[in-house]
Write a protein that binds this ligand. Structure first.
Ligand SMILES: Nc1ncnc2c1ncn2[C@@H]1O[C@H](COP(=O)(O)OP(=O)(O)O)[C@@H](O)[C@H]1O
Ligand SMILES: [Mg+2]
Length: 274
Protein backbone atom coordinates (compact mmCIF):
# COMPACT_ATOMS: atom_id res chain seq x y z
CA UNK A 1 0.00 0.00 0.00
CA UNK A 2 1.32 3.39 -0.98
CA UNK A 3 -0.01 6.42 0.87
CA UNK A 4 0.64 9.88 -0.43
CA UNK A 5 -0.55 13.04 1.28
CA UNK A 6 -0.51 16.00 -1.09
CA UNK A 7 -0.77 19.44 0.50
CA UNK A 8 -3.39 18.42 3.04
CA UNK A 9 -4.72 21.56 4.70
CA UNK A 10 -7.31 22.30 7.36
CA UNK A 11 -8.48 25.73 8.34
CA UNK A 12 -10.57 26.56 11.38
CA UNK A 13 -11.69 30.14 10.77
CA UNK A 14 -8.46 32.04 10.34
CA UNK A 15 -6.33 29.31 11.95
CA UNK A 16 -4.48 26.93 9.67
CA UNK A 17 -4.37 23.86 11.89
CA UNK A 18 -2.58 21.90 9.17
CA UNK A 19 -0.85 23.79 6.40
CA UNK A 20 -0.08 21.94 3.15
CA UNK A 21 1.21 18.72 4.72
CA UNK A 22 2.78 16.34 2.22
CA UNK A 23 4.46 12.99 2.74
CA UNK A 24 4.74 9.58 1.11
CA UNK A 25 4.59 6.24 2.89
CA UNK A 26 5.94 3.66 0.46
CA UNK A 27 5.76 0.59 2.67
CA UNK A 28 4.40 -0.39 6.07
CA UNK A 29 6.29 1.42 8.82
CA UNK A 30 5.91 2.87 12.28
CA UNK A 31 5.85 6.64 12.19
CA UNK A 32 5.90 9.03 15.12
CA UNK A 33 4.47 12.53 14.74
CA UNK A 34 5.90 15.04 17.19
CA UNK A 35 5.45 18.73 17.86
CA UNK A 36 4.21 21.10 20.52
CA UNK A 37 0.63 21.31 21.60
CA UNK A 38 -1.38 23.02 18.85
CA UNK A 39 1.07 22.05 16.09
CA UNK A 40 -1.66 20.21 14.17
CA UNK A 41 -0.86 16.57 15.00
CA UNK A 42 -4.39 15.53 15.95
CA UNK A 43 -5.96 17.38 13.03
CA UNK A 44 -3.59 15.60 10.64
CA UNK A 45 -4.53 12.15 11.96
CA UNK A 46 -8.22 13.02 12.02
CA UNK A 47 -8.11 14.11 8.39
CA UNK A 48 -6.43 10.86 7.38
CA UNK A 49 -9.31 8.80 8.69
CA UNK A 50 -11.97 11.38 7.79
CA UNK A 51 -13.07 12.30 11.30
CA UNK A 52 -12.28 15.85 10.19
CA UNK A 53 -12.74 17.06 6.64
CA UNK A 54 -9.75 18.63 4.93
CA UNK A 55 -10.11 22.14 3.51
CA UNK A 56 -7.79 21.22 0.66
CA UNK A 57 -5.39 18.54 -0.49
CA UNK A 58 -5.49 14.88 -1.41
CA UNK A 59 -4.69 11.62 0.30
CA UNK A 60 -3.90 9.18 -2.45
CA UNK A 61 -3.89 5.53 -1.41
CA UNK A 62 -3.30 2.96 -4.11
CA UNK A 63 -4.29 5.55 -6.69
CA UNK A 64 -7.53 6.75 -5.06
CA UNK A 65 -8.12 10.02 -3.21
CA UNK A 66 -9.48 8.99 0.17
CA UNK A 67 -10.50 12.55 1.05
CA UNK A 68 -13.06 12.57 -1.78
CA UNK A 69 -14.90 9.39 -0.73
CA UNK A 70 -18.51 9.55 0.42
CA UNK A 71 -20.97 7.22 2.09
CA UNK A 72 -20.18 3.54 2.05
CA UNK A 73 -16.73 4.01 0.46
CA UNK A 74 -15.79 6.55 3.10
CA UNK A 75 -16.84 4.13 5.85
CA UNK A 76 -14.84 1.35 4.22
CA UNK A 77 -11.76 3.57 4.31
CA UNK A 78 -12.42 4.44 7.96
CA UNK A 79 -12.51 0.72 8.73
CA UNK A 80 -9.08 0.40 7.12
CA UNK A 81 -7.51 3.01 9.35
CA UNK A 82 -8.46 2.37 12.94
CA UNK A 83 -8.05 5.15 15.47
CA UNK A 84 -6.79 4.98 19.05
CA UNK A 85 -7.19 7.91 21.42
CA UNK A 86 -5.46 9.26 24.50
CA UNK A 87 -8.60 8.70 26.59
CA UNK A 88 -9.20 5.18 25.19
CA UNK A 89 -12.85 6.00 24.26
CA UNK A 90 -14.23 2.72 25.55
CA UNK A 91 -17.78 2.27 26.82
CA UNK A 92 -16.89 2.22 30.54
CA UNK A 93 -19.82 0.19 31.88
CA UNK A 94 -19.69 -2.38 29.11
CA UNK A 95 -17.62 -5.56 29.41
CA UNK A 96 -14.24 -5.74 27.72
CA UNK A 97 -15.11 -8.28 25.05
CA UNK A 98 -18.16 -6.25 23.93
CA UNK A 99 -15.98 -3.17 23.69
CA UNK A 100 -13.63 -5.12 21.42
CA UNK A 101 -16.56 -6.31 19.30
CA UNK A 102 -17.48 -2.69 18.70
CA UNK A 103 -14.56 -2.69 16.28
CA UNK A 104 -16.94 -4.56 13.96
CA UNK A 105 -19.62 -1.84 13.97
CA UNK A 106 -18.54 -0.72 10.53
CA UNK A 107 -18.97 -4.20 9.15
CA UNK A 108 -21.85 -5.69 11.13
CA UNK A 109 -24.02 -2.63 11.76
CA UNK A 110 -25.50 -1.05 14.84
CA UNK A 111 -28.09 -3.74 15.59
CA UNK A 112 -25.45 -6.27 16.60
CA UNK A 113 -24.17 -3.87 19.21
CA UNK A 114 -27.58 -2.70 20.45
CA UNK A 115 -28.82 -6.21 21.05
CA UNK A 116 -25.37 -7.52 21.90
CA UNK A 117 -25.83 -10.24 19.30
CA UNK A 118 -22.55 -11.31 17.85
CA UNK A 119 -21.66 -14.52 16.10
CA UNK A 120 -19.68 -17.17 17.89
CA UNK A 121 -16.85 -16.65 15.39
CA UNK A 122 -16.72 -12.90 16.11
CA UNK A 123 -16.63 -13.49 19.85
CA UNK A 124 -13.90 -16.12 19.49
CA UNK A 125 -11.84 -13.71 17.45
CA UNK A 126 -12.27 -10.92 19.99
CA UNK A 127 -11.06 -13.22 22.77
CA UNK A 128 -8.12 -14.37 20.63
CA UNK A 129 -7.05 -10.77 20.09
CA UNK A 130 -7.34 -10.05 23.82
CA UNK A 131 -5.24 -13.12 24.45
CA UNK A 132 -2.61 -11.95 22.00
CA UNK A 133 -2.41 -8.65 23.88
CA UNK A 134 -2.14 -10.43 27.22
CA UNK A 135 -5.50 -9.37 28.66
CA UNK A 136 -7.83 -12.30 27.89
CA UNK A 137 -8.49 -12.84 31.59
CA UNK A 138 -10.11 -9.39 31.71
CA UNK A 139 -12.63 -10.25 28.98
CA UNK A 140 -15.78 -10.30 31.12
CA UNK A 141 -14.91 -7.37 33.38
CA UNK A 142 -16.34 -3.93 32.82
CA UNK A 143 -13.90 -1.74 30.92
CA UNK A 144 -13.93 0.82 33.75
CA UNK A 145 -12.55 -1.78 36.17
CA UNK A 146 -9.26 -2.02 34.26
CA UNK A 147 -6.10 0.03 34.68
CA UNK A 148 -5.33 2.71 32.09
CA UNK A 149 -2.73 0.55 30.39
CA UNK A 150 -5.15 -2.36 30.18
CA UNK A 151 -7.89 -0.08 28.83
CA UNK A 152 -5.58 1.18 26.12
CA UNK A 153 -4.81 -2.41 25.17
CA UNK A 154 -8.56 -3.05 24.93
CA UNK A 155 -8.76 -0.06 22.59
CA UNK A 156 -5.95 -1.57 20.52
CA UNK A 157 -7.81 -4.90 20.49
CA UNK A 158 -10.93 -3.08 19.28
CA UNK A 159 -8.85 -1.51 16.52
CA UNK A 160 -7.41 -4.91 15.53
CA UNK A 161 -10.93 -6.33 15.36
CA UNK A 162 -11.38 -4.07 12.32
CA UNK A 163 -8.35 -5.74 10.76
CA UNK A 164 -7.09 -2.33 9.61
CA UNK A 165 -4.14 -1.70 7.33
CA UNK A 166 -3.27 1.42 9.28
CA UNK A 167 -3.49 2.20 12.98
CA UNK A 168 -3.67 5.88 13.87
CA UNK A 169 -2.88 6.57 17.51
CA UNK A 170 -3.42 10.05 18.92
CA UNK A 171 -1.19 10.42 21.99
CA UNK A 172 -1.80 6.81 23.03
CA UNK A 173 0.39 6.98 26.12
CA UNK A 174 -0.12 10.56 27.28
CA UNK A 175 -2.42 9.46 30.14
CA UNK A 176 -0.39 6.47 31.25
CA UNK A 177 2.30 5.91 33.84
CA UNK A 178 5.75 4.89 32.51
CA UNK A 179 5.31 1.16 32.93
CA UNK A 180 1.97 1.11 31.13
CA UNK A 181 3.24 3.52 28.51
CA UNK A 182 5.98 1.05 27.71
CA UNK A 183 3.58 -1.89 27.47
CA UNK A 184 1.31 0.04 25.09
CA UNK A 185 4.18 1.22 22.87
CA UNK A 186 5.64 -2.31 22.81
CA UNK A 187 2.21 -3.56 21.76
CA UNK A 188 1.92 -1.07 18.90
CA UNK A 189 5.42 -1.93 17.74
CA UNK A 190 4.66 -5.64 17.83
CA UNK A 191 1.53 -5.14 15.77
CA UNK A 192 3.62 -3.38 13.17
CA UNK A 193 6.42 -5.96 13.22
CA UNK A 194 4.23 -9.07 13.24
CA UNK A 195 1.29 -7.97 11.08
CA UNK A 196 2.96 -5.44 8.79
CA UNK A 197 0.38 -2.78 9.62
CA UNK A 198 1.42 0.84 9.31
CA UNK A 199 1.25 2.67 12.63
CA UNK A 200 1.14 6.45 12.80
CA UNK A 201 1.30 7.71 16.37
CA UNK A 202 1.21 11.25 17.65
CA UNK A 203 3.62 11.30 20.52
CA UNK A 204 4.14 14.10 22.98
CA UNK A 205 7.71 13.11 23.71
CA UNK A 206 10.84 12.88 21.62
CA UNK A 207 12.42 9.90 23.30
CA UNK A 208 9.40 7.66 22.65
CA UNK A 209 9.40 8.62 18.97
CA UNK A 210 13.13 7.96 18.76
CA UNK A 211 12.96 4.67 20.51
CA UNK A 212 9.98 3.07 18.77
CA UNK A 213 9.61 4.61 15.34
CA UNK A 214 11.28 3.97 11.98
CA UNK A 215 10.50 7.48 10.91
CA UNK A 216 9.62 10.72 12.64
CA UNK A 217 7.54 13.58 11.28
CA UNK A 218 7.94 16.87 13.11
CA UNK A 219 5.20 19.51 12.96
CA UNK A 220 5.32 23.14 13.87
CA UNK A 221 2.45 25.59 13.43
CA UNK A 222 0.61 23.25 11.07
CA UNK A 223 3.60 22.58 8.83
CA UNK A 224 5.76 19.51 8.50
CA UNK A 225 9.21 20.85 9.35
CA UNK A 226 11.02 17.52 9.71
CA UNK A 227 10.60 14.11 8.12
CA UNK A 228 13.38 11.62 8.62
CA UNK A 229 14.83 8.75 10.58
CA UNK A 230 15.35 9.06 14.34
CA UNK A 231 19.13 9.37 13.88
CA UNK A 232 18.59 12.67 12.06
CA UNK A 233 16.62 14.04 14.96
CA UNK A 234 19.38 15.93 16.69
CA UNK A 235 18.82 18.30 19.59
CA UNK A 236 19.12 21.20 17.15
CA UNK A 237 16.41 19.77 14.90
CA UNK A 238 14.24 19.09 17.92
CA UNK A 239 14.64 22.69 18.99
CA UNK A 240 13.36 23.79 15.59
CA UNK A 241 10.37 21.49 15.79
CA UNK A 242 9.38 22.56 19.26
CA UNK A 243 10.22 26.15 18.54
CA UNK A 244 11.91 26.34 21.89
CA UNK A 245 14.42 29.03 22.64
CA UNK A 246 16.63 29.33 25.66
CA UNK A 247 15.89 26.74 28.27
CA UNK A 248 15.01 23.99 25.85
CA UNK A 249 16.31 20.68 27.02
CA UNK A 250 15.54 17.15 25.99
CA UNK A 251 14.14 16.63 29.45
CA UNK A 252 11.24 18.97 28.76
CA UNK A 253 10.07 16.62 26.05
CA UNK A 254 10.91 13.31 27.67
CA UNK A 255 8.54 10.85 29.20
CA UNK A 256 9.56 9.00 32.25
CA UNK A 257 9.97 5.74 30.33
CA UNK A 258 13.69 6.15 29.94
CA UNK A 259 14.07 7.45 33.47
CA UNK A 260 12.19 4.45 34.77
CA UNK A 261 14.29 2.08 32.69
CA UNK A 262 17.45 3.70 33.92
CA UNK A 263 16.23 3.39 37.50
CA UNK A 264 15.39 -0.27 37.02
CA UNK A 265 18.74 -0.99 35.41
CA UNK A 266 20.48 0.86 38.19
CA UNK A 267 18.57 -1.09 40.80
CA UNK A 268 19.37 -4.39 39.08
CA UNK A 269 23.04 -3.48 38.88
CA UNK A 270 23.14 -2.68 42.58
CA UNK A 271 21.43 -5.96 43.46
CA UNK A 272 24.01 -7.87 41.46
CA UNK A 273 26.85 -5.97 43.05
CA UNK A 274 25.68 -6.89 46.55
N1 LIG B 1 -12.41 21.80 16.11
C1 LIG B 1 -11.59 22.86 16.14
N2 LIG B 1 -12.07 24.11 16.06
C2 LIG B 1 -11.26 25.18 16.04
N3 LIG B 1 -9.91 25.11 16.12
C3 LIG B 1 -9.37 23.89 16.20
C4 LIG B 1 -10.17 22.70 16.22
N4 LIG B 1 -9.34 21.63 16.31
C5 LIG B 1 -8.09 22.12 16.36
N5 LIG B 1 -8.10 23.47 16.29
C6 LIG B 1 -6.91 24.34 16.29
O1 LIG B 1 -6.00 23.84 15.33
C7 LIG B 1 -4.67 23.90 15.81
C8 LIG B 1 -4.06 22.52 15.81
O2 LIG B 1 -4.71 21.72 16.79
P1 LIG B 1 -4.41 20.18 17.00
O3 LIG B 1 -4.47 19.49 15.70
O4 LIG B 1 -5.31 19.72 18.08
O5 LIG B 1 -2.89 20.21 17.49
P2 LIG B 1 -2.07 19.15 18.36
O6 LIG B 1 -2.77 17.85 18.27
O7 LIG B 1 -0.71 19.14 17.74
O8 LIG B 1 -2.03 19.68 19.75
C9 LIG B 1 -4.74 24.57 17.18
O9 LIG B 1 -4.52 25.93 17.01
C10 LIG B 1 -6.16 24.28 17.60
O10 LIG B 1 -6.62 25.27 18.49
MG1 LIG C 1 -3.46 16.60 19.77
Amino acid sequence: MRIEAQDITREFGSTRAVDRASFVIERPMMIGVIGSSGAGKSTLLRMINRLTDASAGRLVVDGRDMLALRGREKRAWQAECAMIFQQFNLVPRLDVVSNVLHGLLNKRGMASALFNMWSRADIDRAVQILDRLGIAEQAVKRAEALSGGQQQRVAIARALMQDPRIILADEPIASLDPMNAQVVMDTLRRIHDEDGRTVIANLHTLDTARRYCDRVIGMRKGRIVFDGVPEQLTTGVARDIYGAGIGFTEATTSTAIETERARNADYAARLMAD
